[in-house]
Structures are given as C-alpha cells and as structure tokens.
Design a protein around this ligand. Structure first.
Ligand code: ZN
Length: 149
C-alpha cells in the first residue's frame, strides 16, 4: 500500500513534522501491525526522527548542520545549493518504523520530520505501509521446524 504526502515547507531550512499525517494514512489503510517505510524523492530534502517537544532541538540541528556544511562554502556545483545536497545526504532519504496498534511505534518524544534544506517549496513523502500477519508465529511455522527451535 503506497500513498503520498505533499508537504509545503515554510522556509529555506526547516524541519516540518509529518507524524500525524503518516498516522492518518495508517488509520485510513487500517494497518494495525507492520512496517512503515517513508521515502523522500528529492536531492535537497531528507527525512529524520527526532524530538517534537522542544522547538530549540530543530534550531540546534539546523544550526549545527550549517556549521558543518555552510551555505557560503566553496563548492563545484554551479546551481548554488551544494550545501543543501550535502545536508540532505547527511540526514538520509528514508526511514523504516514499526507499526503497532495502528500507528507509528515512536517513542514518547519522537516525531517524524521532513528536513528541508532548499525551500520553501512543495515536497513529497512516499509512504509504504507493509502489514504483517496477525496470527501468532506458532501458527505460521510448520510443526517440524518448530521442534528444532
Ligand atoms: Zn543543485
């Protein structure tokens, strides 16, 4: 089951939380248990899990990435957004998160964020929900294999 989320990013560099939008999709698809794969098909945006309680965490992440890969650095890429390509590569383009009880099995303080490094613009997140069997493992594994476990 594949769905897409459109995200309008609100600044040049932002972390845009999409946790509730992903959970809405899982609820609509009725995926109780399984694995959720999230993929960002862009070269200057990525996706991360991090704290969603204190907004200063977003500032710290973006400021530290800027210190590592400054916008005004010397780069070969002529488009002027080499720093954004590098930052997106550092944070990565996909996440795999367990689904439990019909929603992402995130920790209490965790949220999922699209990480924008060359905004503002419209971005896409591809959500793939893979349901797992609800029957207990003992019923899936044949008797002769179970005896060896
Ligand atoms: Zn570029």
């Amino acid at each position: 089951m594949i769905e897409r989320i459109q995200v309008i990013t609100r600044g040049q560099e932002r972390l845009e939380e999409i946790t509730s939008r992903v959970n809405d999709i899982l609820r609509r698809l009725k995926v109780e248990a399984g694995v959720c794969h999230l993929y960002v098909p862009h070269t200057t945006a990525g996706i991360i899990v991090n704290e969603n309680a204190d907004p200063d965490v977003e500032r710290d992440i973006l400021e530290r990435l800027e210190a590592l890969v400054p916008r005004s650095g010397r780069y070969h890429h002529a488009e002027g957004n080499a720093h954004a390509h590098i930052k997106a590569s550092l944070v990565g383009h996909s996440l795999t998160i367990p689904i439990e009880g019909g929603k992402l099995a995130l920790g209490r303080w965790q949220g999922v964020f699209l990480a924008e490094f060359d905004g503002p613009r419209e971005r896409t997140v591809i959500v793939t929900a893979i349901p797992t069997a609800k029957v207990p493992t003992e019923e899936i594994i044949p008797e002769e294999f179970r005896r060896r476990l």
